[in-house]
Design a protein around this ligand. Sequence first.
Ligand code: NAD
Length: 472
Amino acid sequence: MNMDINIIERLVRQVVNEVEETKVIDCGAVSDTNVYGIYQSMDEAVLASTAAQKNLVDCKMSDRQKFVDAIRKTVLKQENLERISRDAVDETGIGHYEHKLLKNRLAAEKTPGIEDLHTSAQSGDDGLTLIEYCPFGVAGAITPTTNPTETVINNSISMIAAGNTVVFSPHPRAKQVTITLITMLNKALEAVGAPQDLITTIKEPSIENTNRMMEHPNVRMLVATGGPSIVHKVMSSGKKAIGAGAGNPPVVVDETADIEKAAADIVNGSSFDNNVPCIAEKEVFAVNEIFDRLVVGMEKNGAYKLEDPSLIQKLLEMTTNEKGAPKVQFVGKSAAYILDKLGVRVDQNVKLIIMEVDEKHHFVTEEMMMPILPLVRVNDVDEAIDCAHIAEHGNRHTAMIHSKNIDKISKMARVMETTIFVKNAPSYAGIGFGGEGCTTFTIAGPTGEGLTSAKSFCRKRRCTMVDALHIR
Ligand code: NAD
């Protein structure tokens, strides 16, 4: 029988492609005793991670991409997305289910993978030098209650793409949902043939276990996403540390802004996930000329204005403890819930509580992480920028402006020095939700990596070949 050579070639290619697609990558041992990364002790979790990292470096870059794709696919499966989002709200008592769905989806879809690791090269008479992003080894990641699953998804994708394995130390109040998610991810990784234990954690997270993880000699890099205490702690560890700390993002609104849009954007950004994101609008400085119009616009978009000074004082006493810190039982609760406890009955559509206060008010200076947004009336945009700078406390985290005056926009960006600066949009545009660019849930201001991605968790290494391999 005579068969066209092209047909034979096409058939062979088709068969090879089909085999490739179904192939399980053999770059790590999978044993029968897989506990899907959940260990009794921190030492076991770190040792398992150490063994896994040795297997991971033997995998090809395309394998790493396959592992990242498996994480994305697993999180984006609707029943998984709903489960982790629901469980996160139920277990921590923090946040808004529909917004958790969006945040988890964002982490899965827009965290960069291996494409983030650009090799650079220099060539000349002396040969060729390559500079490549290489793994650190085992990373120890501490995650917050406010983004318990988003941070695990985001850090896992970035760290595995970088060739690291990761041991998570979650907040004890987010223990179960973290275990559920890590088990889910490890099952998916096993199904595509990944080395066992790329992601590990412990059954009972605690401060002692976090300390043990930080001290363990096999843990080469620490990444803390949380408040000032844990960021300070990892930065004092003597190890490579990435600190993603607190913010208190201010918003400036001047007379040139589109006030209707500014009002809607501020309410949407500030009420997102009940104001727990570290990037969310936490206080507003608006110029007198448009202040009242801005308030009306915000009310139209779901804000409820508290007028009575005694009620504002009562709200302050109800939501803060003796140290002035936000009370845990109100962090990430809805506006309707908080108002109900204050004795004010409102419709469930109310998303945000607003009030006019001065720039020294505790609601302005404290990162409250609940849908309470103080508004300060100022004379002009320069005063607004000065106040915003003071209210941000030098965290250099995130700030927003609503203005069409490019000189003032540029001035504020320079004065604030924040990692994220958003112009004429809700805060979340700054992490790639409705704004250009990738996402992250670990925004490392204190240690300077900024919006972290795979390359943030790498060592830069140089490989030099003398007198050869340059081809010009
Ligand atoms: P948190 O600081 O209370 O806890 C964060 C993590 O650190 C938890 O796992 C906790 O168990 C651990 N931890 C805290 N203090 C510790 C200590 N002394 N020793 C050992 N472990 C310790 O913060 P949270 O309430 O869970 O999260 C909210 C905070 O995190 C806010 O300040 C928010 O701005 C910040 N945050 C920052 C980013 C960012 O990317 N920059 C992202 C999310 C949250």
